[in-house]
Design a protein around this ligand. Sequence first.
Ligand SMILES: *[C@@H]1O[C@H](CO)[C@@H](O)[C@H](O)[C@H]1NC(C)=O
Ligand SMILES: *[C@@H]1O[C@H](CO)[C@@H](O)[C@H](O)[C@H]1NC(C)=O
Ligand SMILES: *[C@@H]1O[C@H](CO)[C@@H](O)[C@H](O)[C@H]1NC(C)=O
Length: 448
Amino acid sequence: MWRSLRGALRCLGVKVCRRSALLVILLWLASWLFLNGLVFVHRNMFSDFCTDHKSKEILQRVCAEYQQGVLTGDLCEDLCVAGRVEYKRCLYYENGKKVMAASWRGVPIVLKSKLENFSSYEALTLLEYQDAAGGAGGEEELSPLDVVFYATLEIKNSLGLETGANLTLPRLWGQKLKENERTYSRAELASLWALLQQEEYTFLRVLQDLTHHVAKILGSCGHFYAVEYLAAGHAWDQYIFSLDELMLSSSPNPWSGQEKIINARDMVPRVALSFLEMVEHFENDFSHSLHLCDIKPENFAIRKDLTVVAIDVDMAFFEPKMRDILEQNCTSDNDCNFFDCISKCDKAKNRCGPKRKNSNLQVICEKIFRPWFSPTLLGAKAGLPLQVALQRAVQECAEIDGGEDAQRTRAVREQLKDLLVELSQEDTGHQGEGQEHKMRRVHTALHF
Ligand SMILES: *[C@@H]1O[C@H](CO)[C@@H](O)[C@H](O)[C@H]1NC(C)=O
Ligand SMILES: *[C@@H]1O[C@H](CO)[C@@H](O)[C@H](O)[C@H]1NC(C)=O
Ligand SMILES: *[C@@H]1O[C@H](CO)[C@@H](O)[C@H](O)[C@H]1NC(C)=O
């Protein structure tokens, strides 16, 4: 094929063989596409077992182990005995990581585990000690204090909080375990241990009671945990969040009341306000600020009440871990970029500074707000004073330098917030237009 292609190219200049050259190039392109297609199909068929059959097999194994008393959890009874968990479909499977959609007592949930088999998780060494100690009697139980101690260690490790700073965060959860003045069975401990080895679970678990901007954990069975089902924003079809879907699902009859339509119009500024609230939360309300290093629509979802939720937390780090990640050797500032988290290169030491230079807010303004409130998307409204002010505020926020004084940063943030509040109130005020038109406007306003 290569030789004929080269021959065809050589005679490209000659008029007679121009047509055959084109033909060969087309043929070559076609076979290239075909081969790529084959590779794609192959990859999907042989390395990606995201099938219903395999999912059900995995759940059957979980239930068999539940019945043997190996693992347990508050979801197990409903999943394995009462039949109140209905499997829907496989969402993701790779290298053992399993994600499924299901419904639990009618509530849509996502079932997740980093590894498909319970036995693939590291066993709790504490349990092995007991085995070695032999029949000392009553070895079925451990003191809650031991459990708290080990769980806290594991959490600290997993979140990178072991660097001697204040640990109010894990302690909070430890307190919860402790209040439960009771002993834990082997199955409970083994299950807890398998869950704690999954960074995402640990992360979400620790943040559950502290913020509503992360997905809720609804229950667990063995190494599988259930989180609320939320549709992510997606980039591939160019709409950041499927608000239409959200609107339809929040009302049994979307075509009836006016309120629904008004809600749809309000959504953009209200979702933006929730983003701002989330940023403030993550910066100030935990014992360490939380950095989001991968900010894109797919990593967020919105609940029906328009709360923004971070649903992919693989790239979220607390301050101590963030410093570890950023502090690298460097020759220029470019070496100090870790996705959306960047710092400066200290050329004297050839080390990146440990302190992050930009902020969550800045990246959200740049990557999410700027497209939302850009003049091209606002259309006829773009010239109105409020919209112009908002565009300016978003631009200022996207460009704010991390080294600048906190006062200015706060001022920019406050101004942005005020404008968004004003805009959402203004939108509630006007109700004159036809509803079809309004729906379309909201949709295009969210267009990238
Ligand atoms: C999980 O367990 C099943 C049955 O024991 C086994 O066939 C499968 O290979 C295991 N998967 C992994 C990833 O270990
Ligand atoms: C930890 O918190 C206490 C009070 O909450 C404070 O007095 C102490 O300075 C803090 N220690 C560190 C290392 O931040
Ligand atoms: C970084 O630089 C230091 C000294 O400048 C060197 O000892 C170290 O090996 C370097 N680390 C890496 C990962 O290149």
